[in-house]
Design a protein around this ligand. Structure first.
Ligand SMILES: Nc1ncnc2c1ncn2[C@@H]1O[C@H](COP(=O)(O)OP(=O)(O)OP(=O)(O)O)[C@@H](O)[C@H]1O
Ligand SMILES: [Zn+2]
Length: 467
């Protein structure tokens, strides 16, 4: 069977294009990773799930050995320093350096646990910025030598006007950007648009010796240096949230293309839209966030969170709602139960699902196709397909069977109440029981065929007592 061609929306060209790998035996993918100072919020998880779907698709189509996926950890940052300093001020006996190390280690551990819970495969490489300082210094020296950067007062700045294509990704001219953006004017800048490649560090904060004194890298140079070291001067796909398109990605392009004009940096730019809360981006700075761990601790399985993400195309903004989680859990539970019957069937993921994902990661269509499979009782294909989508990671009996037995007695009771109500025309007892079931997180489906009770997100068996 010939695999369908993959098409992706490329932010650089603003078009959906056929994806042609530079080297089909080594497809190279980079995603800007987190700054490790705190737990990931739900918005931070969206690019991880989106790119995990892409990674799985590429592995399926080209072979698992043929895809290299890099996602970095930014482990040098003011916010990390500030959180370590706060611990020091609260009386911690360790040195600031030790506290910073502890903070980044513990945050990376949390990140892994949370993203694993969402069914995201670990990338091939997860470089930490502090392990690549030498490569960053070398790249900055090269940019200075080529006239694209300059040193002033211990800072090194990128000379934005030296790169004629600056702004091409976001489709804005430098002058428009100056007018519209909050660019920091500083005495050491030749031009307000110039951005920092290297800056001095205080004696008590992390710093590295460099030709410009003791200091540390700017954020943008990290991704340029790490992607070059691990993927080369040209690679296939660069991904990240749309909030990073300007200035972060624009700056990455400027640095990489000026340091390595022989390469084209990323061929395809893939940007996910934002997870929103009441129309605004979920973000730490706005304070309108909750963490992935908050949801997991509330008893919402990671797969439910993943499923909710998959229902919206990555290019559209989306909200998280409790209702979406409830629906997702009901569907997953149903699928787990169907798939349980086909444990020994070995199968390939459904080709229609691969086709849907090949069409610019149409995950909503992929889910619709899974509904079809469930409907058609194609159990082994459903099972293989859900696993391919990163679902069905739990053991089937753990999720599918246990609560069902508990609810069958209640379903019979509700059906009997309904039969009585039909005769007496008093529906109050039926309504009271439905309300109590809903309050316990049970979805109630009543039709001519009978009564079906399904435990949903937030199902609480304790609330069923007395019913
Ligand atoms: N609300 C959101 N929806 C989708 N993706 C997001 C959202 N917020 C951040 N991201 C993505 O998360 C990744 C990590 O970003 P970053 O480390 O800058 O996050 P942060 O500083 O913790 O977040 P914030 O934007 O809340 O300050 C990036 O790819 C970014 O685009
Ligand atoms: Zn980046």
């Amino acid at each position: 069977m010939t695999e369908p061609a993959i098409r992706l929306h490329n932010s650089k060209t603003r078009r959906k294009e056929a994806f042609t790998p530079i080297d089909a035996e080594n497809i190279r993918l980079y995603l800007c990773g987190p700054t490790v100072y705190d737990r990931a919020h739900l918005g931070n998880a969206r690019p991880v799930v989106v790119i995990d779907v892409l990674y799985r698709l590429l592995r399926e189509v080209y072979g698992p050995e043929c895809v290299t996926y890099v996602r970095n950890f930014t482990d040098v940052d003011d916010k990390i320093n500030a959180s370590a300093q706060a611990r020091k001020e609260a009386g911690a006996i360790e040195t600031l350096e030790e506290l910073i190390r502890q903070r980044t280690e513990e945050t990376i551990g949390w990140y892994h646990a949370d993203m694993d819970a969402l069914g995201a495969l670990r990338p091939t490489h997860e470089p930490r910025a502090t392990d690549f300082i030498g490569a960053m210094i070398a790249m900055i020296e090269d940019l200075i030598a080529k006239g694209h950067a300059y040193e002033k007062e211990g800072h090194v700045l990128f000379r934005v006007r030296s790169y004629k294509d600056y702004g091409a990704l976001s489709g804005r001219s430098v002058d428009d950007m100056i007018a519209g953006a909050r660019v920091e004017v500083a005495p050491f800048k030749e031009d307000p648009m110039d951005f920092v490649l290297w800056k001095p560090s205080d004696a008590d904060l992390p710093g590295w010796e460099s030709p410009w004194g003791r200091g540390r890298p700017g954020w943008h140079i990290e991704c340029s240096a790490m992607s070059y070291e691990l993927l080369g001067a040209s690679f296939d796909i660069h991904a990240g949230g749309i909030d990073l398109q300007f200035p972060h990605h624009e700056n990455e392009i400027a640095q990489s293309c000026c340091a390595h004009p022989e390469g084209g940096f990323a061929n395809v730019w893939l940007h996910n839209e934002m997870l929103q809360v009441e129309g605004k981006k979920m973000s730490k700075s706005l304070g309108n966030f909750f963490t992935v761990r908050d949801l997991l601790d509330q008893g919402i399985p990671g797969e439910v969170i993943r499923f909710v993400f998959l229902q919206t195309h990555y290019g559209k903004p989306m909200d998280w709602t409790a209702e979406k989680a409830r629906q997702a859990e009901v569907t997953l539970r149903k699928w787990y139960r169907i798939a349980e019957q086909g444990l020994d069937g070995v199968s390939e993921p459904y080709i229609a699902v691969i086709s849907a994902l090949s069409d610019d990661l149409n995950t909503a269509e992929a889910i619709a196709q899974c509904h079809q499979l469930a409907h058609a009782d194609d159990i082994s294909t459903l099972r293989a397909t859900l696993q391919f989508l990163g679902l069905m990671g739990r053991s089937v009996p753990e999720w599918a069977s246990a609560p069902e037995a508990d609810l069958s007695g209640l379903a019979t009771k509700l059906a009997a109440l309904r039969t009585t109500a039909m005769e007496t025309k008093d529906f109050a007892p039926v309504d009271a029981m439905k309300t109590a079931l809903l309050a316990a997180g049970v979805e109630v489906r009543m039709s001519k065929a009978g009564v079906e009770l399904l435990p949903g997100a937030g199902f609480d068996a304790a609330k069923l007592e007395g019913l």
